[in-house]
Design a protein around this ligand. Sequence first.
Ligand SMILES: C[S@@+](CC[C@H](N)C(=O)[O-])C[C@H]1O[C@@H](n2cnc3c(N)ncnc32)[C@H](O)[C@@H]1O
Length: 303
Amino acid sequence: MESTWQHTTVLLNEAVDALLTKPDGTYIDATFGRGGHSRFILSQLAPEGRLIAFDKDPEAVSVANAIEDERFSIRHEGFSGLRHLEGNSVAGVLMDLGVSSPQIDNPARGFSFRGDGPLDMRMDTTRGESVADWLATAQAGQIAEVIREFGEERFAVQIAKAVVARRQERGPLATTAELAQLVAGAVKTREPGQDPATRTFQALRIFINAELEELQQALEASLDILEPHGRLVVISFHSLEDRIVKQFIARNSREVFDRRAPFAQPKAMKLKALERIKPTAEEIAANPRSRSAIMRVAERTEA
Ligand SMILES: C[S@@+](CC[C@H](N)C(=O)[O-])C[C@H]1O[C@@H](n2cnc3c(N)ncnc32)[C@H](O)[C@@H]1O
């Protein structure tokens, strides 16, 4: 089922350089996508090294299944499944968050307001509810909350009311073009260079895939599975994701003092923040989708 849609890997050299500290370690690519990072990691690993990849998307998994390398395995599950791996067993965890270009570019996946397709947006098309299913029954208040919180959209209430009115008048929204058109009618001021539907589509995608909850869970799990000096490398593409990663690293990069036990030793820090890297101007020129990327790197301490 290999699709024709391509993905250009973001921060390829930078991410793999930051991730790999020893060629015989076990590494995680938590977001296989089309395997750009995975293939480069495999090219750097010794015969004893291992790479375990995750992806929710069955199309990504079918691409991964074609990799014939006994050091490599793929799991079709969300990366919160990292918590099932053995503690203290992994030399590096890479997460390249969000959607892949094949997901965005293929109208049949329903992620994009460009082109027309079913209003789906699930990364894992084998389970869960589509955006169309959810919008068909959700209350206006819930819709507004999602669009405001995950899209930082000022016109969230107007959009939510328009969704409910349309549902009552003509039945539920079924396609991406119908939603894009409805949002364009409800958003009164245009942001330069941005389609009025950008924020709403981002919000619904984050919500339907529980992206931020799963990111938080995977970050926590990575603390348990990383061995001392193991690396956590996370590439995020919008401020909501980056804020979670930044705060997680900051929280775990300081000693925790228990105010109820003033004479107890503070709990040692679990991470050391190493780097924050953005794509170069050359990379952005070659791949405009990389422009919002921020990569953060931290190292597991011995605690
Ligand atoms: C930006 S792409 C990764 C691209 C990849 N690094 C490459 O070079 O081809 C993100 C991928 O992560 C997957 N993904 C996003 N969130 C996920 C999650 N919570 N669990 C598992 N996979 C996820 C998406 O399905 C998508 O295929």
